[in-house]
Design a protein around this ligand. Structure first.
Ligand code: ATP
Length: 298
């Protein structure tokens, strides 16, 4: 047992997000290629009389501090399984955009799980931690493992895939987009059409493994992008601004509204970020590389 534990956890971008038709349970089958990127939240767990959450960072005001926070839910589930009281204070240093399509809440859930496991000296086996993650949400298992992975099912069944290093710029939009709302818009836009069974693209997986940014740029695909653009048409201006500034490819990150720009190298990342900041089409930018490690004890 220790006094305080901090876990660093990455954001993600989907380099492929193939979405199937809505299932009877309302979820969609996905073929989802996740990449963890070097944009991190940190979650610190400290013993306390009861479960409390605080959050700091530019978007802190948008993060719920009650039991709906995924970090709090992770602590509750782990404590219940161990027969403990969730007597912990969780502090979130938030850098991942909130409701931005970069799995920030999922990241904090995975980080809190790892932090509480260490704080309480539980040494929960990795498969059990992953099962708790899947219970917390479809993107949470990937936040725990990081790197690069193919997610099938709702996205929670993970197979690690090889990936070279890539450089990215992320443009943060004003306001968030609700992931369920974007899936509903996907259903509306595809109603009456034949939605193919989602499958990972072999060309994309080969490009990812090769580390060749031009090959990856030619194969990136986000099936939720039309729905995100339909709900937030102004994102098209952000995508165009990044492309004009020299990005190799531009896409909406997950369900948006963060937009992701694949660039050739660190120098190009700085240039594209500056152009996006000057364009007035986004609130702020982050530069990052992939793949990044998953949730890590500091
Ligand atoms: P995804 O990419 O997994 O669809 P997202 O990145 O679009 O998710 P999140 O930042 O995870 O979105 O936030 C979605 C909602 O989850 C927020 O509006 C907020 O109400 C809730 N939430 C719960 N816990 C957290 C948390 N720790 N950080 C941020 N949001 C949280």
């Amino acid at each position: 047992m220790s006094d305080t534990v901090t876990v660093r956890v990455p954001a993600k971008v989907n380099v492929q997000l193939a979405v199937g038709a809505a299932r009877p349970d309302g979820f969609h089958d996905l073929a989802n290629v996740f990449l963890a990127v070097s944009l991190y939240d940190e979650v610190t767990a400290t013993p306390a009389d009861e479960l409390t959450v605080t959050c700091a960072g530019p978007d802190a005001g948008k993060v719920p501090l009650d039991r709906t926070n995924l970090a709090a839910r992770a602590a509750e589930i782990l404590a219940e399984r161990a027969g403990l009281a969730p007597a912990v204070h969780l502090h979130i240093e938030k850098r991942i955009p909130v409701a931005g399509g970069m799995a920030g809440g999922s990241a904090d859930g995975a980080a809190a799980l790892l932090a509480c496991d260490a704080l309480w000296g539980l040494k929960t086996p990795a498969e059990e931690l992953l099962a708790i993650c899947a219970e917390l949400g479809s993107d949470v298992p990937f936040s725990l493992v990081g790197g690069a992975a193919l997610g099938t099912g709702r996205g929670e069944i993970l197979t690690p895939v090889p990936a070279g290093t890539f450089h990215w710029v992320f443009a943060v939009a004003d306001g968030g987009l609700s992931t369920p709302a974007v899936f509903r818009e996907f259903d509306r836009l595809t109603a009456g059409t034949e939605v193919p069974v989602p499958q990972a693209s072999p060309a994309l997986l080969a490009a990812l493994a090769s580390g060749d940014p031009d090959a990856l740029a030619a194969t990136l695909a986000n099936g939720l992008q039309p729905a995100a653009l339909s709900l937030r048409p102004s994102l098209a201006d952000t995508l165009a601004a990044g492309t004009e500034a020299g990005a190799l490819a531009a896409l909406v990150s997950g369900s948006g509204p963060t937009t992701a720009f694949l660039v050739r190298d660190a120098e190009s990342a700085t240039k594209v970020a500056a152009a996006l900041n000057a364009s007035g089409t986004c609130r702020s930018t982050h530069t990052a590389t992939s793949p990044a490690p998953g949730a890590t004890l500091l």
